[in-house]
Design a protein around this ligand. Structure first.
Ligand code: NDP
Length: 420
């Protein structure tokens, strides 16, 4: 089934169009493997020559499919448990609303308890450090297979179930962007599951594994390793505690489920976001208490901005008459929805991105300033958020027209006041 001609024409091509959609699925998986290899090399220099490429025999380990398969099966099981509330997504094009289980936080807690039990029973969690490259290879293969399945099954989806962006008729581009908006097997929502479960929880499990490896090598965890683990655990816990908020994000509401999200969720997030912890295993660093305090304050400020601004907008969208947001100044739009022009959203147009970037910096600083590799996350993430902000602006301008232009005049800076 296809979208109407007019809808297909109106879908603007993103991520560099067909060229981007052809190159990114090759380039990004190689980047993950390269970064992991650099991280485990003694010099840890991204520009070293010859590059520290993994030997082909190190790309594969017989345990790895069982580990990844078992991990995904555990997360599916926890997702399916009838605990937590059921929430409705936004109204779809056919007027219906999908139901989603909100039990990600419970899944994180049960996973944490199981890990403690396994560690108590003597499971060598630190061994995951040696398996990082084969684990990443396997996760990449899973992302490819899942994307292929999603692409094929999308041809049986009804037209209203297709995403506007990933249906150009160009197979490479549509495979990358994703054709179907909310692919489901029964009530199991594949995109929603992948967004916050196996990759995100997997990321903090990998961090813990790096900490255990450090304990194995040096008898106790270092202060930088503890900071990285605690900061990132706070971030993941926050995402799962506020799981319902994901139902209104661009990923769920707008983007189809294709290689871009499948690879991002299953391979990119767990294996590149845990680079700082992996780096500290091979390249220990010491922090003075004062520096550590400065980094903790930076993370705290970033988290405060991130959480308060996200909560303010979510509350406003759920109930604009609620006492915490009713006093804020707003402007009307032709769609009937209003836009906040005071409070956090009157400070810059994406205050939540600013908070996120400050936290990203705080996660890199514990690794010192001798290498660029631990800063990969903050550099990449800043680029991602600038690009995401640009996509969101274009979508909001299309949605709100002149009201959006008024908002931009009232709040001229996008992410960083007086700078950007
Ligand atoms: P946002 O939460 O920033 O939402 C953008 C939407 O908010 C717009 O499309 C518009 O939607 C609404 N909006 C924008 N301006 C206003 C306003 N002035 N008043 C009221 N509503 C407004 O989108 P994201 O999904 O990009 O980000 C969510 C969080 O996730 C962020 O904190 C981000 O940093 C984080 N994130 C983290 C990633 C990671 O890998 N760690 C990756 C991507 C995001 P509408 O009007 O239709 O409601």
């Amino acid at each position: 089934m296809k979208l109407g001609k007019r809808e297909r024409r109106s879908a603007e091509r993103e991520f560099g169009g067909t060229l981007g959609a052809t190159c990114i699925p090759v380039f990004l998986p190689l980047t993950v493997l390269y970064l992991l290899s650099v991280c485990q090399s003694p010099r840890a220099s991204v520009l070293q020559w010859p590059p520290p490429l993994p030997h082909t025999s190190h790309l594969w380990h017989p345990w790895v499919p069982a580990i990844i398969g078992g991990w995904i099966a555990l997360q599916i099981f926890l997702y399916m448990l009838p605990v937590g509330k059921i929430s409705q997504g936004l109204v779809l094009r056919d007027g219906s609303r999908l139901k989603y289980p909100i039990n990600g936080f419970q899944a994180l807690c049960v996973t944490g308890l199981l890990l403690v039990l396994c560690l108590w029973l003597g499971m060598p969690l630190g061994h995951l450090f040696e398996l990082m490259v084969p684990l990443a290879v396997c996760a990449i293969v899973v992302a490819y297979l899942l994307s292929l399945y999603l692409y094929i099954r999308s041809f049986w989806a009804s037209p209203h179930a297709l995403a506007l962006g990933g249906n150009t008729g160009n197979p490479l581009y549509d495979f990358f962007m994703g054709r179907e908006l909310n692919p489901r097997i029964g009530s199991f929502d594949l995109k929603y599951f992948c967004e916050l479960r196996p990759g995100l929880i997997g990321w903090v499990v990998l961090n813990l594994a790096m900490l255990m490896k450090e304990v194995e090598l040096r008898d106790s965890p270092s202060l930088p390793m503890l900071l990285v683990n605690v900061f990132q655990l706070l971030y993941v816990t926050d995402a799962l505690w506020n799981e319902e908020a994901v139902l209104t994000t661009m990923d769920i509401v707008h983007d189809g489920f294709g290689f871009m999200l499948a690879f991002g969720d299953l391979a990119w997030v767990p294996f590149t976001y845990s680079l700082q912890a992996a780096f500290l295993v091979v390249h220990p660093h010491t922090l003075s208490p004062l520096t550590a305090l400065g980094i903790i304050i930076l993370n705290g400020v970033g988290y405060y901005i991130f959480r308060r601004s996200n909560s303010q907008k979510n509350q406003f969208r759920r109930d604009p008459t609620h006492k915490s947001v009713a006093h804020l100044e707003t402007i009307a739009t032709a769609t009937g929805k209003r836009l906040l022009v005071s409070g956090w959203w009157g400070f810059v147009r994406h205050p939540n991105y600013l908070g996120d970037i400050l936290m990203a910096l705080a996660w890199s600083l514990p690794c010192g300033v001798s290498h660029i590799l631990p800063y990969f996350y903050v550099i990449y993430f800043t680029i991602l958020l600038i690009h995401r902000e640009d996509r969101d602006e274009r979508q909001c301008r299309a949605k709100y027209g002149v009201a959006w232009d008024t908002y931009c005049r009232r709040v001229p800076y996008r992410i960083i006041p007086y700078l950007y």
